[in-house]
Design a protein around this ligand. Structure first.
Ligand SMILES: Nc1ncnc2c1ncn2[C@@H]1O[C@H](COP(=O)(O)OP(=O)(O)OP(=O)(O)O)[C@@H](O)[C@H]1O
Ligand SMILES: [Mg+2]
Length: 274
């Protein structure tokens, strides 16, 4: 289904992604972990063609993704929707219009300028919001919603494209543990119910283990681990993060716990991932 071969990205002398190869034969939920600068975002951005690769190949259902141009490239970008840490919504615009932005790829400039959306699309948008449990906020400005709700609006906007793949770059990194859980559950459900492939960069091990079928560990631009959550032992994680024996899994945890306030967990995380 998805075949990545020797994918490489150089920024000057710096090799951000170093000959990554990867094969996915059925839609699954994949988590990508690794310390800051490992190349996780660059990998996702190359898949979506937001960043041009320096070399290698990406094949999706036989489509040669890196060679697509113009309309075909936009078609691919619509098939593989991207979700970001900072949601990338239009803050002052209402929620449903933000979701309808997901249809921009297939609408005329004139219709877009005057916000002329077909009634059918508006119904679809509300249905998607309803599915994500936020239809009651449809008429509010995006900025009036909590972070977790805003990320679900971003997911709704992605679903509006009816994508085959959802690429999520640290979708829960700005959220508190409760909201993080809601957003991860939404992504998992979209995978389970719709059969869409989800690839998410995650900065916490427990999230990757809990929600993903397969986990990729990146270090210095390379995939150094590719396995199941069960195979991702503390020792393996220590290698991926290039940490010493003092490596503590708690430092990459978003679990809700009374004893470790979030700020403390984040401080420890900063030590491991910076
Ligand atoms: N636009 C850019 N120009 C130059 N160098 C870049 C650019 N984007 C990324 N890099 C470099 O490429 C490497 C990989 O960066 P990337 O953002 O993919 O890492 P990451 O694993 O997503 O890190 P983080 O966990 O901090 O998000 C880093 O060394 C980074 O400095
Ligand atoms: Mg990143």
């Amino acid at each position: 289904m998805l075949e990545v071969k020797g994918l490489t990205k150089r920024f000057g002398a710096n090799v951000a992604v170093d000959a990554v190869s990867l094969s996915v034969d059925r839609p699954c939920m994949i988590g990508v972990i690794g310390r800051s600068g490992a190349g996780k975002s660059t990998l996702l951005r190359m898949m979506n063609r937001l960043t041009e690769a320096s070399g290698g190949e990406i094949l999706f259902d036989g489509r040669d993704v890196l060679s697509l141009t113009g309309r075909e490239k936009r078609g691919w970008q619509s098939d593989c929707a991207m979700i970001f840490q900072q949601f990338n919504l239009v803050p002052r615009m209402d929620v449903v219009s933000n979701v309808l932005h997901g249809t921009l790829g297939r609408r005329s400039t004139l219709a877009t300028m005057f916000s002329l959306y077909p009634e059918e699309d508006i119904h679809t948008a509300i249905d998607i919001l309803d599915r994500l449990g936020i239809a009651q906020h449809a008429a509010k400005r995006a900025e009036a919603l909590s972070g977790g709700q805003q990320q679900r609006v971003a997911i709704a906007r992605a679903l509006m494209q009816d994508p085959k793949v959802i690429l999520a770059d640290e979708p829960i990194a700005s959220l508190d543990p409760m909201n993080a859980q809601t957003v991860m559950e939404a992504l998992r459900r979209i995978h389970d119910e719709d059969g869409r492939m989800v690839i998410a960069n995650l900065h916490t091990l427990d999230t990757a283990r809990r929600y993903c079928d397969r986990i990729l560990g990146m270090r210095d631009g390379r995939i150094v681990f590719d396995g199941t959550p069960e195979q991702l032992t503390t020792g393996v994680a220590r290698d991926i993060y290039g940490a010493g024996t003092d490596f503590s899994e708690a430092a990459t945890s978003t679990e809700i716990r009374d004893t470790a306030p979030v700020a403390a967990v984040e401080r420890r995380l900063a030590k491991v991932t910076v």
